[in-house]
Design a protein around this ligand. Structure first.
Ligand code: AMP
Length: 423
């Protein structure tokens, strides 16, 4: 199809109909669960100063170096459409001075569109939506396990039970420094075989080679040293406690030594949730601990952990049939223009009683109007003709797929609201 002004921007799509119903259902469910765990909701701007992302996510990550929608505004400021939610939430915590010593842990939830200049394919878009959770100020393996349990609970609450949790630990700064030395040594041996991007990463940020999408790099990574062999004693103890706590919560997990996640700000526990039925290979959600992030953005030195779930990937897994519009829809139909005002009064009465209704008054004759009401998926028609106005009644037609099976009945107009509510 050739591109016109009606073609959406590549990798972006409209959200409506069944998909919108799914989106709303997930968000409504997540808000209820978030309240239970003590989270409140935050909405940050869709654009931030570019530096917010460069500083927190890291200049050498794919997200910052290749995928950001960055442009100059009319005031010549470099701004970026947010590629993820955490950096903006951390910036908001600092801007609004949200951390005071006695209000920790601070728990915030967000949802909304994110933008990455990624290669569009199934489950990968340039505008997508995330649902995210951030918990600031409680550094404990229990908090990490609770975050994983929370992510898992959101998925199971919307009916996804075959999700597998993958976890790993990146340890603290000292563990990561030792690990870095080991991987620099290892990748230097294969430098000639690495992709051009990874050659640069080797100089600037070697850990990022581990999330290279290049097939050749991926093979070299398989034999690379594992972070688990470089964790110090405290990190090992911490990670063991996370695992034990997950077991206490009844959550099955797999330790994935190759998991590093593509953003610079992570430390200690990192995790991803994937579908184990083979339907989809990429992660539905993921997150981890980011102890230095708030400080990096000019805030207090307080630890944090969070995760995000990709809405489109989750929506894809939900059963379409459950989200069909199955509501009961009332259509009010004047037989001719003579009854239009009288029928309009009825329509307003029905709406003011919070009952979904349509006012079907366009169409040359009654059968045309019934046809329109049927296309609107009406379940009940309220027909007002000359007789009905005279007798203060309403003729009710129950819509049915076959015309023969349609049933009529006449009721007193004064009883209509009760009739619609309790029938
Ligand atoms: P990340 O912020 O990279 O940790 O991603 C968290 C989740 O967001 C992923 O597990 C995906 O479900 C979703 N996600 C990330 N990038 C995309 C994308 N380009 N299109 C759709 N979903 C995405």
């Amino acid at each position: 199809m050739s591109k016109t002004i009606f073609t959406p921007v590549r990798g972006m799509k409209d959200l409506y109909g069944i998909d919108f119903n799914k989106y709303k259902y997930i968000i409504d469910t997540a808000i209820k669960i978030a309240n239970k765990y003590g989270y409140s909701t935050i909405e940050t701007p869709i654009v931030e100063n570019t530096e917010v992302f460069q500083r927190s996510i890291g200049d050498d990550t794919d997200v910052v170096s290749k995928e950001m929608y960055t442009f100059k505004d009319k005031g010549d400021e470099s701004i970026t459409l947010r590629p993820e939610g955490t950096a903006g939430v951390m910036r908001a915590i600092v801007s609004n001075n949200m951390v005071v010593s006695n209000n920790l842990p601070l728990k915030l939830m967000y949802y909304g569109p994110m933008f990455r200049y990624d290669r569009p394919q199934k489950g990968r878009y340039r505008q997508f939506h995330q649902l995210g959770f951030e918990s600031i100020g409680a550094k404990s393996p229990y908090t990490d396990a609770i975050n994983i349990a929370l992510a898992n609970e959101i998925l199971t609450s919307v009916g996804i039970f075959d999700c597998q949790v993958y976890i790993n630990s990146l340890g603290d700064l000292s563990s990561r420094e030792n690990y870095l030395k080991a991987i620099v040594k290892y990748f230097s041996i294969y430098e000639d075989k690495l992709s051009e991007d990874s050659k640069i990463r080797l100089k600037k940020n070697p850990l990022r080679i581990l999330d290279s999408k290049d097939q050749n790099d991926k093979e070299i990574c398989l034999m690379a040293p594992k972070i688990s062999d470089y964790l110090n004693k405290n990190d090992i103890k911490y990670f063991e406690c996370v695992c034990e706590t997950l077991e206490k919560c009844g959550i099955k997990y797999v330790i994935d030594n190759l998991l590093v996640r593509g953003l610079d700000y992570y430390s200690h526990t990192i995790f991803e949730l994937k579908i184990s039925n083979g339907q989809y290979k990429d992660a539905i959600g993921g997150g981890g601990r980011y102890d230095g992030l708030l400080k990096l953005l000019g805030g207090p030195d307080v630890s944090g952990i969070g995760f995000a779930i990709g809405m489109e990937r989750l929506m894809m897994l939900l059963d379409e049939n459950k989200f069909q519009q199955q509501e009961y829809i009332v259509s009010v139909i004047p037989v001719s223009d003579k009854e239009i005002d009288n029928a309009f009064e009825l329509y307003k009465t029905i709406l003011s009683n919070n009952i979904r209704a349509e006012f079907v008054h366009i169409g040359n004759n009654l059968s045309k109007k019934v046809e329109i009401a049927s296309k609107l998926n009406s379940t009940i028609l309220l027909i007002i003709g000359e007789e009905e106005v005279k007798n203060n009644t309403i003729t009710i037609t129950y819509m049915n797929k076959s015309e023969e099976a349609r049933r009529n009945k006449t009721i007193d107009r004064n009883n209509i609201v009760g009739f619609l509510k309790y029938n």
